[in-house]
Design a protein around this ligand. Structure first.
Ligand code: OOG
Ligand code: MG
Length: 265
């Protein structure tokens, strides 16, 4: 399969709300390079339909997340404007097959940064702000059973994201060891701290800049959002569930919408 065939298969499966089986398994020659080409071809399909690129995400940057899906390498994907979910609102489960939630830290860039030799100091200088965030994942692969090349081609399961307001950037030194708690219907499901993300989520932004230079020959632009990766294992949710992600300075929450029943005739 060519990268554009893989991209089309995934794109159609998303629109048709179908799962597909691992093509990495069926095509052992599929390399990480080819998988990123497929991811890029998928982005082109979305842009052609009117989507707007607004940033990037890192994935599998914590041990908890790597264990979660049994893939042990950090990867990146793209974010589209339509993926952003208004704060503390309702989240649709209708166009999602098997949604999962993860607490993350997001940073916003205040200037362009690119290149494989970029340093942490340059990344720190390019960041304008940081806030608590949550990501909603959905996979084209049943039960998130995929291999590295599959999940890269599937845009790292990106489906939605929500940004908080609490200023993490002015207190960055303390952020790494701050506690975050995820509750579902009032029950604590998991807890963690941003240090789980490569020791410092800023190192995840650095890794992203390097990966974008390596695989895409592009960089981050002023105004872009970066999700730095799940702090804890992801939490599955379904219709009706109330999710709360609690930080010392902000609680982000949403309810998975009870879809209206549409009669089929
Ligand atoms: C892959 C995406 C991982 C993260 O934050 O680690 C990710 C997956 O778990 O399906 O977004
Ligand atoms: Mg994530």
């Amino acid at each position: 399969m060519t990268p554009s065939q893989v991209a089309k298969l995934i794109h159609d499966a998303r629109i048709g709300r179908r799962t597909i089986s691992s093509f990495a398994e069926a095509t052992p020659a599929l390399t990480l390079d080819t998988a990123y080409q497929a991811q890029h071809a998928g982005l082109e399909l979305c842009l052609a339909e009117g989507d707007v690129l607004c940033g990037y995400k890192m994935g599998l940057t914590s041990r908890a997340k790597q264990r979660d899906v049994n893939v042990h390498e950090s990867i990146h994907g793209y974010l589209l404007e339509r993926m952003e979910i208004p704060k503390n609102g309702l989240v649709s489960t209708m166009d999602r097959l098997q949604p999962r939630l993860e607490p993350e830290v997001a940073v916003m860039l205040r200037k362009h940064i690119s290149g494989k030799d970029v340093t942490l100091r340059e990344v720190r200088d390019a960041v304008g702000s940081a806030v608590p965030a949550l990501e909603i994942l959905d996979s084209r692969f049943n039960n998130f059973q995929f291999e590295l090349a599959d999940v890269v081609a599937d845009n790292t399961s990106a489906s939605g994201f929500m940004l908080g307001d609490w200023d993490l950037w002015s207190r960055w030194e303390q952020v790494r060891l701050m506690g975050v708690t995820v509750r579902k219907n009032g029950e604590v499901m998991t807890t963690g701290a941003p240090a789980a993300v490569l020791g410092d989520p800023l190192l995840s932004v650095l890794e992203l800049v390097h990966q974008l230079a390596k695989y895409e020959n592009r960089g981050l632009e002023a105004g872009m959002v970066v999700l730095t990766g799940g702090i804890t294992a992801s939490i599955p949710f379904q219709r009706g569930d109330l999710i709360e992600v609690v930080w010392p300075g902000e609680t982000m929450s949403f309810r998975a919408k009870e879809e209206e029943h549409v009669p089929s005739h």
